[in-house]
Design a protein around this ligand. Structure first.
Ligand SMILES: Nc1ncnc2c1ncn2[C@@H]1O[C@H](COP(=O)(O)OP(=O)(O)OP(=O)(O)O)[C@@H](O)[C@H]1O
Length: 232
C-alpha cells in the first residue's frame, strides 16, 4: 500500500507537485493519469526515494521506501524499461539483481516464465526488442515478490499481445492482494486495466475515484477534469 500525504516538490521556480494526497490500496489496480508535465514521474520518483520532497511525505506499507531493509521485496518498480540495456544476458541480469537483494536464485526462472522470456533468457539484453526489454524490466520488478508494484508507462514497446498480457498480469497481481500503480497515457487501455483512477493536473489532485464513478468514457472524464489545469 502506498500513501501520499501533502506531497510537494519544487524545482527552482517550477512547482512540479502541489500538496498532492492519494492512496494506492492493496488488492486493486490504480491508474495514474495526467497530461505531460502534470507531475506523475516526480510523484513516482518521490515514492521511490529518488527525489526528496520539498514538503509532505510518501509511505509504502507505513514506512518511507528507503527505510525498508530490502526495498525490492517491498516495492517492484519499472520507471524506464529502456534503461535495462547492455551486454549482459537477461537471465544473468535477473540473477545479479536477485543476489544483490537477498532473493533466492530460484526466483529467476519463475519470473522468466511469468514474463514469457524463457526462450530468450540467454540472449544479450542489447539484442532484445523494446517489448522484450519491457518484459525484462517488469520481471525485475516481480523478482522480490513485492506487495506493491509501480509501473510507469509499461505499455511502451509492447505489441497487442504484450498489452493484453500486461493487462492480465496487473489484474492478477492485484487479485493476489497487491497494490498496483500504473501510469499511462493510453485511456482506452487504462479503462480496461484499472479498478480506480488517480488523475492529476499541474501537480494537483483532480480526481481519485473508482473507474465506474468516472462515467462511461474515461477519455471524456479526463478531458473534463484536465480542462481547468493550466499546463494542458
Ligand atoms: N529535475 C527537474 N528539474 C527541473 N524541473 C523538473 C525536473 N523534473 C521535472 N521537472 C518539471 O516538473 C514538472 C512535472 O514533471 P514530471 O516529469 O513529473 O511530469 P509527468 O507528468 O511525468 O510528465 P510526462 O508525462 O511528460 O512524463 C514539469 O514542469 C517538469 O518540467
Amino acid at each position: 500500500m502506498i500513501e501520499i500525504d501533502q506531497l510537494t516538490k519544487r524545482y527552482g521556480r517550477t512547482l512540479a507537485v502541489d500538496r498532492l494526497s492519494f492512496t494506492v490500496p492493496d488488492g486493486q489496480v490504480t491508474g495514474f493519469l495526467g497530461a505531460n508535465g502534470a507531475g506523475k514521474s516526480t510523484t513516482l520518483r518521490a515514492i521511490l526515494g529518488l527525489d526528496r520532497p520539498t514538503a509532505g511525505h510518501t509511505l509504502v506499507d507505513g514506512r518511507p521506501y528507503v527505510s525498508h531493509r530490502h526495498p525490492l521485496r517491498v516495492v517492484g518498480a519499472v520507471l524506464d524499461a529502456a534503461s535495462v540495456h547492455g551486454g549482459r544476458r537477461a537471465r544473468t541480469h535477473l540473477r545479479a539483481l536477485a543476489r544483490s537483494n537477498g532473493i533466492p536464485a530460484g526466483r529467476v526462472d519463475t519470473v522468466l516464465d511469468e514474463v514469457g522470456l524463457n526462450a530468450v533468457a540467454d540472449r544479450r539484453i542489447s539484442g532484445l526488442s523494446l517489448g522484450m526489454r519491457q518484459r525484462l524490466a517488469i520481471g525485475g520488478a516481480l523478482l522480490g515478490d513485492p506487495g506493491t508494484l509501480i509501473f510507469d508507462e509499461p505499455l511502451n514497446g509492447l505489441d497487442p499481445e504484450g498489452i493484453r498480457w500486461f493487462r492480465a498480469l496487473a489484474g492478477r497481481l492485484a487479485r493476489d492482494g497487491r497494490a498496483v500503480l500504473v501510469s499511462s497515457h493510453l485511456m482506452s487501455e487504462m479503462a480496461q486495466t484499472a479498478d480506480r483512477i488517480v488523475m492529476i493536473g499541474s501537480g494537483r489532485l483532480l480526481a481519485e475515484e473508482s473507474l465506474d464513478a468516472l462515467g462511461p468514457s474515461l477519455e471524456d472524464a479526463y478531458i473534463r477534469l484536465t480542462e481547468g489545469a493550466t499546463n494542458v
